[in-house]
Design a protein around this ligand. Structure first.
Ligand code: SIN
Length: 287
């Protein structure tokens, strides 16, 4: 019997009593989706999943994206983007520096992702037994709701520019990345989305800007636009809107890319290994 245990933070809940390696009946799946929409981040502990089972469960949420960095996907599984610090045969097995700034996945596409389904295969552990490499999630609905009315009025109807290039070329802990190929650039032109986005399933209002990829408020090139964007970015990631996930091997966590943004904490290094795999569910055009 499925049980939902809210984290006590502004978002996040554990779902207990589900084995995701099995095919779930519709009622159980619908209960998971309802909890996901309600809590914005939901997770299951202690799962043992093959890549096929991870993909099959994820596909029930919708079509899966094939990441623009195909060389960082699990070999033979283009639906699984690998986030890892591990190097095998001289080559990184995944993206070594994904998510080191606040962002939501694929916000730089015309149709940003509906949600990401992240499976923890290896989690780094500190000498004192604490897990390292936590992920922070901030609720974009809580952030919107907490804005002063005057700001809500000011930003209603505004759009922001989201830029893959901005995020791609930021300074990285692990050093440089190869320049984007012409094909990657063609797939990721800068794109405008509403600053306040309506959630396509819940109808909630979400503050849809993030420090990683949002480069400007559209049509406000001067200092006013910059100040407004910076104010919104600072507001969106205050402690009161955050749930911090401490990973365990076998966690499967689903985050909503409309109603949340996230940040990976890079507080570990080899020989401590972190291996995570992400299926990314296709979304719809923001409104
Ligand atoms: C990501 O942003 O997809 C990665 C998050 C993480 O590694 O915790």
């Amino acid at each position: 019997m499925l049980r939902i245990e809210p984290s006590g933070a502004a978002l996040g809940a554990e779902i207990v009593g589900v084995d995701l390696s099995k095919t779930l009946d519709d009622a159980t799946f619908d209960a998971i989706v309802a909890a996901y929409h309600e809590h914005e981040v939901v997770f299951f502990r202690g799962q043992t999943l093959t890549p096929e089972q991870h993909i099959a469960f994820s596909r029930r949420f919708g079509e899966l994206e094939l990441h623009v960095r195909a060389d960082r996907c699990r070999p033979g599984y283009p639906e699984l983007f690998v986030v890892s610090n591990v190097i095998e045969n001289g080559k990184p097995i995944g993206s070594q520096d994904a998510g080191l700034f606040w962002h939501s996945d694929l916000c730089y596409m015309a149709e940003p992702s509906r949600g990401s389904i992240f499976y923890a295969r290896e989690v780094p552990i500190a000498d004192d037994g604490r897990p390292l490499g936590d992920t922070l999630f901030a609720s974009a609905t809580a952030a919107y709701n907490a804005l002063p009315d005057s700001t809500k009025q000011r930003i209603a109807g505004l759009k922001a520019v989201n830029s893959y290039e901005k995020g791609y070329y930021r300074d990285r802990k692990s050093g440089g990345r190869p320049p984007l190929t012409e094909e990657q650039k063609r797939r990721t032109p800068d794109i405008e989305h509403p600053v306040v986005r309506t959630h396509p399933f819940t109808g909630r209002q979400c503050l849809f800007v993030n420090e990683g990829y949002t480069s400007a408020i559209a049509g406000m090139d001067g200092p006013d636009g910059e100040t407004l964007l910076n104010t919104l970015l600072e507001h969106a990631t205050q402690q009161r809107f955050i749930y911090r996930h401490r990973w365990r091997v076998g966690d499967l966590l689903i985050w909503d890319n409309c109603s949340t943004q996230h940040l990976a904490v890079p507080d570990y290094e080899l020989p401590r290994r972190r291996v995570m795999e992400r299926a990314t569910v296709r979304g719809s055009r923001p409104f």
